[in-house]
Each structure stands twice: as C-alpha cells, then as structure tokens.
Design a protein around this ligand. Structure first.
Ligand code: GLV
Ligand code: GLV
Length: 318
C-alpha cells in the first residue's frame, strides 16, 4: 500500500514501513503542508504520517483513499477529526511517550523565567565576566520552592508537571479539569477564577478546542497575581498573545515562558519586545532524542496495524 510522509522523520522508521512491503513517498515542507497540498499528495494513498504543522482540514478528506492519518504528536487540533471519521479515516496520535519530556521542559521554562536565565547567560557572554558579586543583584529572581502552581488541564502532561512541582519543589498544586483526579499526592481541583487568583505559576496543559481558545486573555490575565509567571507548553491558541504582551508590559503579571505560539512558525513581535520578561523556545517540548524516536515509532506502529487490518493502538479520543 502507499504511505505518504509529510516531513522528514527517522530513516529507520521509514524503513520499517518499506520492510512491511509498503511504498513510501517522503515529502518535506518547512511550514507544513496546506490542505490543498495534502489533498493532492494523498490522492491514491492509503496512509499519511503527518505532523502538527500540516493542515488537515475537512477538504483533505473529501473522496479520500486514506485509511489512516497518524500524526506524530499528542495534540490533534490541526486535524478535522469529524471529517476524517465521516470519511472512514482512522486518526491516531502519540500520547504517553512525550509526557516526561514535555513536563521537563515546562519546569525548565518556569525556572528560566523565575531566575532570568537567558539574560543572565547573555550578560556573562557579553562581558566575559560575572561582574563584582552584588548582594543587591538586579533583576532579583522569583522564588519557586514552596509556592503554588495552578495546572490548567490535568491530563498526562499536567499531572507529570504537578508531580515534579510538588515532589521536587514542595509546591502546592491547584488544577482545573473536567473531572477530579486521584494522583497519589495532594492536589486540589478549583474553579479557574480561584486558580488564577491564587497561583504563583500558571501552567497550561489543556487541549486547544473552541472552548479553550484564548482562555488566557485580558480578563484572565488581570485576574492573575502581578507576581505570577505563565508557562505554556500546550498550544499557542490557548493564549491571546497580543493581550499577554500588553499584560506583561503593564506589569499585570511578572513573566511568561512560552514554547508554543498562536501562529506558528511566526512569533508575535509584541512578545519578542517584552525582553527579559519572556523566555521563548521553538515548540520543543518533546524534542529529546529518545522521545522523538518513540513518537515516530508509535505512529509507525499505528500505520502498520491499521494497514494490516488491525485496530489502531492510540486513536484520538472520541
Ligand atoms: C506537540 O506539541 C504535540 O502535540 O505532540
Ligand atoms: C497529553 O497527551 C496529555 O494527556 O496531557
């Protein structure tokens, strides 16, 4: 059968597809494939191995020959799953294997903002010196240990962040979620308003849906403490970036650590203009060698299963 791979992936994983007797076409597109391109390139294909920058809108699935779309990501907001289902296309994702790596980056961003890591590094490099030791160093950092973290969305990644925050930093954990969770250490489910008003760090782990788009906006930012840090390793669309930049400039919150952006690959210039108050990384939550390999491997497992007539391993939730 024919499998289209939208962007470069691990060569040995592509070999697994060929070894199973399939024909593989490998594409590449720095900004991801548009719906029109995907529709053209998947004509006559049985499977698509896609990534989060590919736009899998409804038009891709009109009259499609695809049996499966396997996105190498846990988030699937770039895919019209209803249209895929209506066309009989199975959609799979790669949850679980990227949980720890993404939670680790979340903690890294929290600390990088709190302790001004990028600007400190830049100043040492620029001067070749630490400068004289100054007790009254500026900018002073923000304490993390023993403070309160608010987790918006206690899925796998949210829970892994909560565990690190609680066990590693003695943080008190508040969360919002559609249902209550038992996680083996104390966490309190609270309304979003209470989480925003109380948390010293607010970390976003909800999926991007019509309901959660711009969850962080002028009003919710105003509800946060002026000393608070926002961290987003989920999806950029959870945050209204222009309103976040305005809130940072106005000192309504203290800082933000962002790995995801509303209009990737573009980053809003207002955020860049926030200087030291923001730490920006290029959507690398899952970007460790072991994790990225595990993601590709799981996506390939799904393609091989579905093309063999078996059930998908990690279909997107209904
Ligand atoms: C990355 O953002 C993913 O959804 O895996
Ligand atoms: C991601 O897959 C999550 O459940 O947090």
């Amino acid at each position: 059968m024919k499998i289209v791979v939208t962007q470069p992936v691990h060569a040995d994983q592509v070999e697994r597809l060929r070894a199973a007797g399939h024909e593989v076409e490998e594409l590449s597109s720095p900004r991801g494939l548009t719906a029109d391109e995907l529709r053209d390139r998947t004509a006559g294909a049985d499977a698509l191995l896609s990534q989060l920058s590919d736009r899998l809108s409804a038009s891709v699935f009109e009259g499609t020959t695809l049996k499966i779309v396997a996105t190498i990501a846990t988030g699937f907001d770039n895919i019209d799953v209803a249209a895929a289902s209506a066309a009989g296309v199975v959609v799979t994702r790669t949850p679980g294997v990227l949980t720890d790596a993404t939670a680790d980056l979340t903690i890294a961003l929290m600390l990088a903002v709190a302790r001004h890591l990028p600007s400190s590094d830049a100043s040492v490099r620029a001067s070749g010196s630490t400068g004289p030791f100054r007790l009254l160093y500026e900018p002073m950092g923000i304490d993390i240990s023993g403070t309160t973290i608010g987790i918006v969305g206690l899925g796998r990644i949210g829970e892994a962040v909560a565990r690190r925050a609680h066990l590693g930093f003695g943080m008190n954990v508040l969360y919002t979620a559609r249902s209550s969770h038992e996680v083996g250490f104390p966490v309190s489910r609270v309304p979003l308003e209470e989480l925003l008003a109380t948390a010293d760090v607010v970390s976003l782990h909800a999926p991007l849906t019509d309901e959660t788009r711009h969850l962080i906006n002028r009003d919710t930012l105003a509800a946060m403490k002026s000393s608070a840090i926002l961290v987003n390793t989920g999806r950029g669309g959870l945050v209204n970036e222009v309103e976040l930049a305005a809130a940072l400039r106005a000192g309504e919150i203290a800082g933000a650590g962002l790995d995801v952006f509303e209009n990737e690959p573009d980053v809003h210039p207002d955020l860049i203009a926030c200087g030291d108050r923001v730490v920006l990384t290029p959507h690398v939550g899952s970007a460790t060698a072991k994790t990225r390999r595990a993601m590709t491997s799981l996506a390939v497992d799904n393609v091989l299963a579905v093309l063999a007539g078996d059930a998908p391993i990690t279909a997107v939730p209904k």
